[in-house]
Design a protein around this ligand. Structure first.
Ligand code: PMP
Length: 289
C-alpha cells in the first residue's frame, strides 16, 4: 500500500498528493511548517508544536483555515492510515495558489499538508562516539530582518551553511549571528558544558527556540545540572568540556570536535550521556502533553 498524505481535508496516496505550480509556497517559500515526532503511538509535545505553527503563521499573516483541534485530528488520521507508531511528521501550511507576483494578497486559500516519514536519526556510531562539526562562514539571518522563530518554508540561509558542512566533510555546521555569537546549527540547537554548567545561546542570539532544547533545559534543571542561556563565542565552543546538538529528529547528539579542535578529551562526556539518556527516556515513557 502506498503511503497516505493528508492534503486539505483528504487522505490521498503520496503519488497523487500534488500542489499547484502557482502556490506561493513553491514560488516564494511563503508558508510555514513544523517537524514533529511520534513515539510509541503518541505525538511528542504536540501542543508546543501547534502553538509554534500558529505563531509562525500569525507572524506572516497567514490564516490557517483549520482549528488546532482539527489539525490534531488530521495528524491522528494520517498516522492511523499509515499504521504508524514511531515516525517523523512534517506539517506544512503554504500560502496557496495566487498570481505570479509576490503579493500574498492574491492567494485565496492556504494549503495544509501532513506527511509522515521514517525517522532520520544520525548513525548509531555518532551517538556513541560523537561527531565533528564546523562553524559556517554564512551568518544566521538577523532576527530583526526575519525572526528565527518563524519556521518558514524558506531555509536557504541554513542550506548555505549546510553546503559548507558538506564541503568540509562533516554532518553539521554551526551558524553565528551578525555579531559573531554562536546561534544554532542548520536544523538543530547547540549546547556546551563548561565546569559542570550547561550553556546554550539565548533567544537574543537569534535562534529558533527549539522544543527539544526546551525539554533538555527542563531535564537538566530537574537533575540539578545548572543551566544558563547566554551569549557564546567560537572560543567558548573550542574550549568547552562537552558539546551537543538537540532537535526533533536528532534528539541529543554529541559533538566531539569543532573546527578541528577536539572538545574536552575528544570523547562523549558524562553530562551529554546523562541528558541523552534522560531525553530518550522522557520522550518514550514520561511525556504526558
Ligand atoms: N533550529 C532550527 C533552525 C531548526 O530548523 C530546528 C528544527 N526544527 C531546530 C533548531 C530544533 O528545533 P526542535 O527541537 O523544535 O526540533
Amino acid at each position: 500500500m502506498s503511503k497516505m498524505v493528508w492534503m486539505n481535508g483528504q487522505l490521498v496516496p503520496v503519488e497523487q498528493a500534488s500542489l499547484g505550480v502557482f502556490d506561493h509556497g513553491l514560488l516564494y517559500g511563503d508558508g510555514v511548517f513544523e517537524g514533529l515526532r511520534q513515539y510509541q503511538g503518541r505525538v511528542f509535545r504536540l501542543s508546543d508544536h501547534l502553538r509554534r505553527l500558529y505563531n509562525s503563521a500569525k507572524a506572516i499573516r497567514l490564516d490557517i483555515p483549520l482549528a488546532r483541534q482539527d489539525i490534531s485530528t488530521a495528524i491522528s488520521a494520517t498516522l492511523q492510515a499509515n499504521k504508524l507508531t514511531d515516525c517523523y511528521i512534517r506539517l506544512l501550511v503554504t500560502r496557496g495558489v495566487g498570481a505570479l507576483g509576490i503579493s500574498p494578497a492574491t492567494c485565496s486559500r492556504p494549503s495544509i499538508i501532513i506527511i509522515t516519514n521514517d525517522i532520520k536519526m544520525y548513525p548509531e556510531e555518532t551517538y556513541r562516539n560523537g561527531m565533528a562539526i564546523i562553524t559556517a562562514s554564512t551568518p544566521r539571518i538577523a532576527a530583526a530582518a526575519l525572526s528565527p522563530q518563524i519556521k518558514s518554508l524558506n531555509y536557504l540561509n541554513n542550506i548555505m551553511a549546510k553546503w559548507e558542512a558538506i564541503d568540509a566533510g562533516v554532518p553539521e555546521a554551526v551558524m553565528l549571528n551578525h555579531l559573531g555569537f554562536v546561534c544554532e546549527c542548520t536544523a538543530d540547537n547547540i549546547f556546551i558544558v563548561r565546569d559542570g554548567q550547561l550553556l546554550t545561546p539565548a533567544e537574543e542570539s537569534g535562534i529558533l527556540l527549539g522544543i527539544t532544547r526546551g525539554v533538555v533545559l527542563e531535564l537538566a534543571r530537574a537533575a540539578g545540572i545548572p543551566a544558563r542561556e547566554t551569549n557564546l563565542t567560537r572560543y567558548d565552543l573550542y574550549t568547552a568540556d562537552e558539546c551537543f546538538l538537540t532537535g526533533t529528529g536528532a534528539e541529543v547528539v554529541p559533538v566531539t570536535s569543532v573546527d578541528k579542535r577536539s572538545i574536552g578529551n575528544g570523547q562523549v562526556g558524562p553530562v551529554t550521556r546523562q541528558l541523552t539518556l534522560a531525553f530518550h527516556h522522557y520522550a518514550r515513557h514520561d511525556e504526558k502533553a
